[in-house]
Write a protein that binds this ligand. Structure first.
Ligand SMILES: [Zn+2]
Length: 422
């Protein structure tokens, strides 16, 4: 990969945002490699003993990538102390200890292999959150916090991993998922940032919004699936490449347009994953046909059969392997929380929904018509008669601008904590 003046895209945006975090000025974080980005890269190269040509080739990228991964591997040298290493990496002794379980700070030995997390946060919430970024962030979290459980629930149509992260070791299991809908990818960094903030506070022994994280860790297991539809998210964010499987079909399904960035909610086969669950699926099918939807497309096509897609199959299998007390499915937008399905939800589910409404400032609401069939929440309530919620974060038109992220995070952090113990 070579990035230079004139390059554009999600990777440029990601590097611009990183340069800001580590003290350079690449101009606006807009995904366009202009002269300011060129100058910032050149300064970075000078500071890191790289050829200062302002071009990101393999050598410069290798150094940048360590920062993107959020950690470096270091071998202890003569005279090192953790404090000294921490200072050289602009990080803290506490962060190094968390990343190296069992380490004895008073007995380092020469040649000892250490994982050193950089002082900066890992999850960047100012950028287009592609699958590749998610994947690297999950690897980075696992390096920084090796005690977490990370796994793969299944694979997408194009073979991407459907990751999960588990926080806690307790018996009370809850499940949060995000980005069933491609345009709603802002919900992926929401769950990832929550994961990072939880782990930061937990390892520092701090409380978070008044919640005792030690207690949550012991009593609960929070299973987080941050991106249910990675193929769709990447199609929205990176666009369509001629080498792409389904290239011609996708254009046809998108009514002849090559622009997927403002309309595409489905997976890569044009199936709307949140209409593909076996919860009044047939009624949903009739409703969509009344709207003129008879096949794959950007939104609302429920597929040839319930659970026809590997992504929904993986989610259902995962749920079946657990005993979830409740589930949260993250979507955008509307600042609403849906809590019922066909009057099957209990009075307790409504009460919990009211507590979430209070914590978020969102409205507790019912769904009607086509949106009320074959969703993940609908299936969970129908199958288990336990509390299941759809959170619609943010306001405006999808895809929501990333500038809404801080507000969305503020609205949801407490509910994400509360859901693990309520
Ligand atoms: Zn949605």
């Amino acid at each position: 990969m070579i990035l230079k003046i004139g390059s554009k895209g999600t990777v440029v945006k990601e590097i611009q945002s990183l340069l800001v975090q580590i003290g350079y000025n690449p101009g606006p974080i807009d995904g366009y490699y202009g002269t300011k980005t060129f100058k910032a890269v050149r300064s970075f190269q000078k500071d890191n003993n790289l050829t200062p040509d302002g071009i990101i080739g393999p050598n410069t990228y290798t150094v940048l990538e360590k920062f993107l991964k959020g950690y470096d591997i270091y071998y202890v040298q003569k005279g090192d102390t953790l404090w000294k290493i921490a200072r050289n990496y602009y990080t803290t002794v506490g962060k190094i200890i968390a990343a190296n379980p069992g380490i004895d700070p008073d007995n380092l030995y020469i040649g000892q292999r250490l994982t050193i997390p950089y002082g900066i946060d890992l999850i960047d919430t100012k950028i287009d959150y592609t699958y590749e970024i998610l994947k690297r962030d999950i690897e980075g979290l696992k390096a920084r916090y090796p005690f977490i459980e990370v796994g793969v629930v299944g694979k997408s149509v194009l073979g991407k991993n459907l990751y999960y992260i588990r926080l806690g070791t307790g018996k009370n299991e809850v499940f949060y998922n995000a980005a069933h809908h491609a345009l709603e990818w802002i919900t992926s960094p929401l769950l990832m940032k929550f994961t990072e903030n939880f782990l930061k506070s937990y390892t520092d022994g701090k409380i978070l919004r008044g919640y005792n994280l030690d207690q949550i860790w012991k009593e609960s297991s929070i299973y987080i699936m941050p991106m249910v539809n990675p193929d769709g998210v990447n199609l929205v964010l990176n666009g369509l490449d001629p080498s792409f499987p389904y290239y011609n079909n996708l254009i046809k399904w998108n009514k002849g347009s090559k622009d997927f960035s403002k309309v595409w909610q489905a997976n890569i086969r044009g199936v709307d994953l949140n209409h593909n669950y076996p919860a009044k699926w047939q009624e949903g099918k009739e409703a969509e046909e009344a709207l003129g939807i008879y096949g794959p497309g950007p939104t609302r096509y429920s597929g040839p059969a319930p659970l026809s897609e590997p992504e929904t199959q993986a989610v259902v299998n995962f749920v079946k392997q657990h005993d979830f007390r409740l589930t949260l499915a993250y979507h955008s937008q509307g600042q609403e929380i849906y809590w019922d399905f066909e009057n099957m939800a209990s009075a307790e589910a409504r009460k919990i929904g009211e507590a979430f409404a209070k914590a978020t400032g969102y409205e507790l609401a019912q769904t009607y018509g086509i949106t009320s069939y074959s969703g993940f929440k609908d299936w969970f309530i129908l199958e288990y008669r336990k509390p299941g919620y759809t959170f619609e974060v943010g306001l405006g038109k999808n895809p929501l601008p990333i500038e809404q992220f801080p507000m969305i995070y503020q609205n949801n952090e407490e509910a994400l904590l509360l859901a693990s113990i309520i």
